[in-house]
Design a protein around this ligand. Structure first.
Ligand SMILES: Cc1ncc(C[n+]2csc(CCOP(=O)(O)OP(=O)(O)O)c2C)c(N)n1
Ligand SMILES: [Mg+2]
Length: 314
């Protein structure tokens, strides 16, 4: 399977998974789907039939709320049946809403932001001490980079000269309620990592050739970070850069129908849709009252007066 096909399938599975379960984070999945597609089609070394194979590259999805993207990649690569994806977010399912290490192919659970880079640093140190040649990859969110623990781990990675470590920042400028720059800005992202001593590469996070080239390069004695410029909600225009789709799932009606058909409009040759093979023939369309193309960010509605302390009088 090509990386383009895998990335598209991640998007299609996740529209179905969030629709069926009423679960979250479709915007975050669509943002990272190309990164995951390139990693799992072309870059990482693994054996689906032997998930704990010692020679495997290690992978940590530190922005663990996008676990649906990882589950879909693992299922498509044969770690477990693709049909199981539809148990996502359900009670009793091992496909919990945030990444679970109980899933074959997953080494560590994530979801509490700010921990993945530290774990990846530990894995990279261990690999060096044991003279192993596998590499360690970790994907972080840009909002996640507000966590101080990220920068503590960033210093450690340079201190221990972890050139077997590659961090990828999914730089979509959004977090759960607003734009990063209106919440707690990490700008300029690339220069911050460079200041910490990392080998920094900046790429279009939806350009597979650029991602592949960056992921397979390294510099001796220095960890590499790829600042991947992405669009949250990528591939589904009404979800793109609309914060609503951080938590909202595609509801029955125009939301689901238009999401599916948007994906069919960019389906690469050879990618099969297991749910709606030909798209949706007579899709429900949004009417003039539909909640679409509006600014749903916290910043759009934030009114400082709400939070002003009342004057206390005796
Ligand atoms: C420690 C911690 N604090 C808060 C949250 C709640 N939370 C879930 S997703 C999210 C936003 C993350 O934004 P970003 O890292 O930019 O990821 P994106 O969804 O944009 O890819 C937050 C704050 C969390 N999961 N963990
Ligand atoms: Mg973000």
């Amino acid at each position: 399977m090509t990386s383009e096909q895998l990335a598209w399938k991640i998007c299609r599975h996740d529209v179905e998974m969030t629709h069926v379960s009423g679960g979250s984070h479709i915007g975050a999945v669509l943002s990272v789907a190309d990164i995951m597609g390139v990693l799992y089609a072309d870059v990482l070394h693994f054996r689906p039939e032997e998930p704990k194979w010692d020679g495997r590259d290690r992978f940590v999805l530190s922005k663990g709320h996008a676990g649906g993207a990882l589950y879909a990649a693992l299922a498509e690569q044969g770690f477990f049946p693709v049909e199981e994806l539809l148990t996502y977010y359900r009670n009793e399912s091992r496909l919990s809403g945030h990444v679970s290490h109980k899933v074959p192919g997953v080494d560590v659970s994530t979801g509490s932001l700010g921990h993945g880079l530290g774990m990846a640093v530990g894995m990279a140190i261990a690999a060096k001490q044991d003279k192993k040649t596998h590499r360690v990859f970790v994907v972080l969110g840009d909002g996640e980079c507000n966590e101080g623990s990220v920068w503590e781990a960033a210093q450690a990675a340079v201190n221990y000269q972890l050139d077997n470590l590659v961090a990828i920042v999914d730089h979509n400028h959004m977090q759960s309620l607003d734009f990063c720059e209106r919440t707690l800005s990490s700008a300029p992202m690339a220069r911050k990592w460079a200041g910490f001593g990392w080998n920094v590469m900046e790429v279009d996070g939806h350009d597979h050739a650029a991602l592949r080239a960056a992921m397979t390069s390294s510099r001796q004695g220095i960890p590499t970070v790829i600042v991947a410029h992405t669009i949250k909600g990528h591939r589904i225009p009404f979800m793109e850069q609309d914060i609503l789709w951080h938590y909202r799932f595609p509801h029955t009606g125009w939301e689901y129908d238009c999401a599916v058909n948007a994906l069919h409009g960019c389906k690469p040759a050879g990618a099969e849709d297991p749910y709606t093979p030909n798209g949706i023939e007579s899709p429900v369309l949004p009417d003039e009252n539909a909640d679409i193309f509006r600014d749903h960010t916290m910043g759009a509605t934030y009114e400082p007066a709400w939070f002003r302390l009342q004057e206390v009088t005796k």
